[in-house]
Design a protein around this ligand. Structure first.
Ligand SMILES: NC(=O)c1ccc[n+]([C@@H]2O[C@H](COP(=O)([O-])OP(=O)(O)OC[C@H]3O[C@@H](n4cnc5c(N)ncnc54)[C@H](OP(=O)(O)O)[C@@H]3O)[C@@H](O)[C@H]2O)c1
Length: 342
């Protein structure tokens, strides 16, 4: 049994992680923490769980988690995770960080987009980007796994196979994403209150969303060249799920059916990427509460356009599910252990 702790367990991703780890046959939950001064019984923040599950979030204590745990999941807000990660890494733990703090390789980029000093610069080079479909071999050896952002997960999985094979133009990638409100976390925020979001739909952080450099970093890896994208996120009046549409242009010498072949060969063996037949597109209900990323595409026979649509659950494939997938890769468990959820 692997002893796993969750720091910042009482938020949205923490709750999903608890539920997934409770199903995992090779994991014991060895600690759940909160910033609050009093213990919080599990039924107060995950009331759906059966009463016999006897867990509680305890006030955070580094020494307690260090003593009890082999793996530490950090479900803290970005900027809060970097200091905590450094200490657990130094103590020899495997750290899987769900925040953005270790996703960008260049601390200057981090400081530019997140507006704070990066206090973990010295360990940034140890971090591995936790998208198993692209970086599985690195994850197997990583001790600091930077779990991807929710928007980047859907966008990258939809575009990387085409870029990797040089099938699309690199100067005109447009990514349009729509997310449910849990993507913003549990903290109070006027923009995500019921009366603001109910019956509403709007774009936000246009041209300046902090997931832009993360998408560009990974797509640049896939292309072997520097990639810039236009990324526009939107908020949907829904609890969960992200639907992403990527507008791409096929290169002149590339045949129309090359797109299908690129997706098939990239994802044929992937346990959590499901490809739709060409011209059939995923919906959020197909993936909510699962670790799947569903992908549909259309290569227009009358033009150079390729449209790719992906759907994920932001809290599962976009966060807690992917974190457990990373744990499974790192620990050598079957990749779908704990993740047979639908
Ligand atoms: N929501 C998503 O869809 C999603 C997807 C991918 C990645 N992420 C990332 O995952 C991390 C967690 O996201 P979340 O949605 O679970 O957030 P959340 O619902 O706001 O929960 C974060 C938890 O961390 C604790 N916390 C809050 N502020 C803190 C602080 N200043 N210092 C220490 N602890 C603090 C809180 O618990 P206590 O008050 O009990 O301490 C809170 O419940 C974030 O970095 C987020 O960007 C989220």
């Amino acid at each position: 049994m692997l002893n796993c702790a969750i720091v910042g367990a009482t938020g949205y991703t923490g709750a999903e992680l608890v539920k997934i780890l409770l199903r995992h046959p090779h994991v014991r939950i060895s600690g759940l923490t909160t910033r609050q001064k009093e213990k919080i019984p599990i039924e107060q923040w995950i009331p759906v769980l059966p009463r016999e599950i006897d867990l509680e979030a305890r006030p955070y204590s580094f020494s307690e988690i260090r003593r009890s745990s082999d793996v530490v999941f950090l479900c803290l807000p970005h900027t809060e995770a970097m200091g905590t990660a450094s200490k657990f890494l130094e103590a020899g733990k495997i750290v899987i960080d769900l925040s953005a703090d270790f996703r960008l390789r260049d601390w200057k980029e981090y400081e530019k987009w997140y507006g704070v000093k990066h206090s973990g610069r010295q360990i940034l080079k140890e971090s591995v980007y936790g998208l198993p479909e692209l970086y599985r071999e690195k994850i197997r050896k990583g001790s600091l796994i930077a779990n991807p952002g929710c928007y980047p997960t859907g966008a990258i999985l939809g575009i990387a196979p085409l870029l990797g094979r040089g099938y699309i133009e690199t100067d005109s990638i447009v990514i349009d994403s729509k997310s449910g409100v849990t993507g913003a976390g549990k903290k109070l925020n006027p923009a995500t209150q019921f009366c603001e979001i109910d019956e509403n739909f709007y774009a936000y952080k246009v041209g300046r969303h902090q997931h832009t450099p993360e998408i560009e970093q990974v797509l640049s890896d896939a292309a072997g060249a520097e990639i810039r994208v236009t990324f526009v996120p939107h908020l949907l009046p829904l609890e969960r799920g992200i639907l992403t549409t990527a507008y791409l242009r096929r290169k002149k010498n590339v045949k129309r059916d090359a797109a299908a072949e690129a997706f098939r060969s990239a994802y044929a063996e992937e346990p959590f990427v499901r490809l739709k037949p060409e011209g059939i597109f995923p919906a959020l209900k197909d993936v909510q509460r699962t670790n799947y990323c569903d992908i549909g595409f259309w290569a227009d026979p009358d033009s150079d356009r390729i449209i790719v649509i992906t759907a994920i659950d932001n809290l599962i494939k976009g966060a807690a599910g992917q974190a457990v997938q990373n744990l499974n890769v790192r620990a050598g468990f079957a990749e779908d252990e704990g993740l047979k959820i639908w």
